[in-house]
Write a protein that binds this ligand. Structure first.
Ligand code: SF4
Length: 383
């Protein structure tokens, strides 16, 4: 069994943190495949902190690509042609030189199966002219390349420079004929760090090259805050939060800068769906205030697809999952279904994607006009 990065032994795998051993995991933007773990780029806010993988700075494999793809497509959460997939988005960078052959191997394997699912590949690395042809040879998948760009020039926070991602975005967006799509993934936005008028203008210019732009804030979780403190990094917020943070005034300034753009989005799934000409797979349309910046053509697609499920529909979809025995539907409105009895978030995402409708957990209420974001930096809006 050949891998381009070292393959861990069974013993080594058994010693990994529990969540790191779970190579298929449902996250909000899709079912995530992570059989390669470890990254050398060292972004201070990396989500690897929360998986106990921060010290793994060289990529290693937990299994072969073929085994990993099998595990993904045979997973109880995977639905052909429907489930959005994310590749290497929590533990490594998909275009590190040693990881990129694995990235292409997985994409090509999925494509050979004639799957038409969305596949999201998030990168900040250098892409090469040859990558255009190889990506274009994927005939079935809806591939979206999301280029993480922040404009942060404090090397203690982001040692790998943002201009590389900017150049990769321009390179991959340049061909007029292509099957894959590109998104400027403008994040993490942090007040005082990368939100000057110059930063905003630079992102706006870069966004003109991409098929769409998404802006989003920082996941400032406890493990990440602890790392900032231990290393004397300027702490962006006094508090931590389970959701991404985008303060209200910053959002207003961003919308002002992009007021001539018709392809700016608050939600990753909205941008990814838009660039492929399909309705949002997370069903955000019910949360009406999210859509006020969306292109009209996309509004039409989402409006047409919007269908409020009944409690019976939700139970029907949930029936295939043994872990949702205790599921209760607490409320259904045109915005979202509110459920209780789920012990983890993963089955909730399964329901959301299967129904194309927002499914919220009663323990984590969403506040109107905050777009599913943390409360930090928002005042005076009604819960
Ligand atoms: S119409 Fe609303 S839900 Fe649909 S893509 Fe636009 S913002 Fe998202």
């Amino acid at each position: 069994m050949a891998t381009f990065v070292p393959l861990l032994t069974r013993d080594q795998i058994d010693r990994l943190p529990e969540r790191a051993r779970e190579v298929v995991e449902y996250r909000k933007s899709g079912l995530s495949l992570n059989h390669i773990q470890g990254c050398s780029l060292g972004c201070a806010y990396c989500i690897r902190h929360t998986y106990g993988l921060w010290d793994e700075n060289q990529p290693v494999a937990l299994m072969s690509d073929a085994e990993a793809v099998r595990e993904l497509v045979e997973h109880r959460y995977f639905q052909p042609q429907m489930t959005p997939v994310q590749l290497f988005n929590r533990a490594t960078e998909p275009f590190l030189p040693k990881v990129r052959p694995h990235t292409f191997a997985v994409l090509e394997d999925l494509d050979r199966r004639e799957l038409t699912n969305h596949v999201l590949v998030i990168t900040r690395h250098q892409l090469k002219p040859d990558d255009i042809g190889r990506m274009n040879r994927l005939r079935h998948l809806k591939v979206t390349l999301l280029f993480t760009y922040s404009g942060i020039d404090d090397q203690r926070i982001e040692p790998y420079p943002s201009h590389v991602a900017a150049a990769s975005l321009k390179l991959m967006s340049a061909p007029t004929e292509r099957r894959y799509r590109t998104v400027l993934y403008w994040r993490p936005l942090v007040p005082g760090l990368n939100d000057s008028a110059e930063h905003l203008a630079a992102a706006h210019e870069l966004g003109t090259h991409a098929d769409a732009t998404v802006f989003t804030g920082l996941f400032y979780r406890e493990e990440i805050a602890a790392y900032y403190k231990a290393n004397g990094l300027p702490e962006p917020y006094e508090d931590t939060a389970r959701r991404k943070i985008v303060p209200e005034t910053l959002e207003r300034r961003i919308l002002g800068t992009f007021n001539d753009s018709r392809k700016l989005f608050r939600k990753t799934s909205c941008a990814v769906s838009y660039v492929h000409g399909v309705p949002d797979y997370n069903g955000h349309y019910g949360v009406r205030e999210l859509c006020d910046i969306c292109p009209l053509v996309q509004l039409g697609r989402c409006a047409q697809a919007h269908r409020v499920p009944t409690a019976e529909d939700i139970h029907d979809v949930a029936r295939v999952l043994p872990e949702v025995e205790g599921l209760e539907v607490v409320d259904i409105s045109p915005r979202a279904a509110v459920v209780s009895g789920l012990t983890t978030e993963q089955p909730r995402y399964f329901l959301q994607h299967a129904l194309g409708f927002q499914v919220h957990d009663v323990r984590h209420p969403h506040h109107a006009h905050r777009h599913g974001r943390a409360d930090i930096g928002w005042k005076g809006t009604t819960p």
